[in-house]
Design a protein around this ligand. Sequence first.
Ligand code: CTP
Length: 224
Amino acid sequence: MSRHTADVNVLVTAGPTREPIDPVRFLTNRSSGKMGYELAAAFARAGHRVLLVSGPTSLDIPDHVDFIPVESAADMQQAVGQHLQRMDVAVFAAAVADYTPANVADQKIKKTGDTLTLELVKTPDILGSARSQFGFAGTLVGFAAETEHLEQHARTKLERKGCDLIIANDVSKPGIGFDSDRNEVLLVYPDASEPMPEASKHDLAHQLVQAILELHLSKAAGGG
Ligand code: CTP
């Protein structure tokens, strides 16, 4: 199948990030990393060169995939910035923390009062930096995890972040998405949208890779 799309360089981000509070604590989220790892594995199985930039997960690194482990959103931003320019396709599947502690305590924070207030500051929007900061001109794919107005919110993200495709999923539905083996997504393109029925993340990854490579081909041919 990769007859027309051999030698595609693909960057995939995956997993949660860990935002440090002090030497023993961090803020994180429930992302398992499964969708991103399945995508990386499916691209590699289709014969493409894959770089997986991943926050901490319990998953095995897929075969034939280059791997950069990262912890925080800032680390992920740096790793992506270093490698994005030579990529043809970039898929941002990571659940990046939107906020990080304003200050990281050098020593373990002790219990001193009944309440503790943490000041948080925005993390870099890595996907949002791809076009504007890193000058990426390849096929750009983001994810959107939403609890309402799925298509509308995904379309806003698509435009705001300069993506060619947003893979949107409704995280309010039980049994799919975060921390699950199954997912059901809506593909949101600039001028169309297409539902993909519920499937295992493994099977879905295969279908998503086909859709992304098709999109990449049409973009490379001047159709995107
Ligand atoms: N993303 C990223 N860097 C961030 C936040 C998000 O690269 N700091 C990427 C995710 O990997 C995903 C997409 O952006 O591909 C959507 O993330 P999301 O957090 O849903 O989007 P936001 O723009 O933060 O919108 P909101 O939180 O308001 O829904």
